[in-house]
Design a protein around this ligand. Structure first.
Ligand code: AHM
Ligand code: MG
Length: 334
């Protein structure tokens, strides 16, 4: 059997899609792939290396940082710094933007927003975690890039993707021309094209939401959950419920099998829990590019105004028809 195309080969081939590109975005994607392999190595042996558990610090959201959160963040900072294509990194783990101001990167065109290890509370129990990334072109044309260059609407993303450290490790990304998935072949240490041109099914039979918070959900969400649970042969209901508690795992399943993932506003998180810049916008770009839909229950996620780095939003994302149905319930409940 012929060896599948590697991520590096694929990126070089796809550079032809951007005739004016000088290869910087390609190099940036390659650097992210390299950092992901290093993080994968550590995630895989976390139990052996005293890398599980809390680090004893908290991030800007007041959440306790895991040792691997910090390690993964450092790996991405190092890879992007030495690559020289990225001028600013915005990370879930850093309160402020990180200026990657080596001499080369003073002129670097790209901004990267990242959640280095999403779902990290799952590490200690050996459940899938992931990395989410989003790439923007810098808007300012002189001086050093600033926070304003980071606070761009999701529609401005030039690339986005995720890495899932699961039963196998996969990197899935888009540059706005469809979605491609690569599986890490540990025997050669390369991500190889395994899921070309990924499409999310238009509908599905799985809903994914933390139902433990049911009493704190808005009425529209409660009604949608009840709809999912009602028996109806034509629409294959009742649907199954699946919630890993790791957004990437829940969304990757939706990509493959179809489904909806919802993290709504709750009494405890009145603005939603998940962060717009480095969680919701990149996942929305990938899901939309695969033919799915992502809204806050009403408005398209990628068109939301971005006012601050760690801004949160409710999110309804996944198979188009399921998200549209949930939106109907949200509209009725107003
Ligand atoms: P994290 O970035 O601190 O890991 O939090 C994000 C995670 C998502 O992956 C997941 O969907 C969600 O938090 C789960 O939250 P909850 O435990 O409230 O259901
Ligand atoms: Mg996260």
């Amino acid at each position: 059997m012929a060896q599948a195309k590697t991520l590096g080969q694929f990126i070089i081939e796809k550079q032809a899609d951007f005739p004016y590109a000088k290869g910087e975005l390609s190099r940036l994607l390659r650097d992210i792939g390299i950092a992901a392999k290093i993080v994968n190595r550590e995630v895989n042996k976390a139990g052996l290396m005293d890398m599980q558990g809390e680090a004893g610090s908290t991030n800007i959201q007041g959440e306790s940082q895991q040792k691997l959160d910090i390690y993964a963040n450092e790996q991405f900072i190092t890879a992007l710094k030495s690559g020289g294509e990225c001028c600013i990194l915005a990370s879930e783990e850093n309160e402020e933007i990180v200026m990657l101001d080596t001499d080369v990167s003073l002129d670097a065109k790209y901004i990267v927003a990242i959640d280095p290890l999403d779902g990290s509370s799952n590490i200690d129990v050996n459940v899938s975690v992931g990395t989410i990334f989003s790439i923007y072109r810098r808007q300012s044309t002189s001086g050093r890039a600033t926070l304003a260059d980071v606070l761009q609407m999701g529609v401005n993303q030039v690339a986005a993707g995720y890495v899932i450290y699961g039963t196998s490790t996969m990197l899935v990304y888009t540059t706005g021309k469809g979605v491609n998935g690569f599986t890490l072949d540990p025997s050669i240490g390369e991500f190889c094209l395994s899921h070309p041109n990924m499409k999310i099914p238009k509908t599905g039979i799985i809903y994914s939401i933390n139902e433990g918070y049911y009493v704190h959900f808005p009425q529209g969400v409660k009604s949608y959950i009840k709809y999912c649970q009602v028996e109806d042969e034509a629409t294959h209901r009742p649907y199954s419920s699946r919630y890993v508690g790791s957004m990437i795992a829940d969304l990757h399943r939706s990509m493959i099998k179809g489904g909806i993932f919802i993290y709504p506003v709750t009494a405890a998180t009145p603005g939603g829990k998940l962060r717009l810049v480095y969680e919701c916008n990149p996942m929305s770009f990938v899901i939309e590019q695969a033919g799915g839909r992502a809204t806050d229950g009403k408005n398209r996620i990628m068109e939301l105004d971005v006012n601050s780095l760690h801004q949160r939003t409710p999110i309804f994302i996944g198979s188009e028809q399921m998200v549209l149905k949930a939106e109907e319930f949200m509209a009725e409940a107003v």
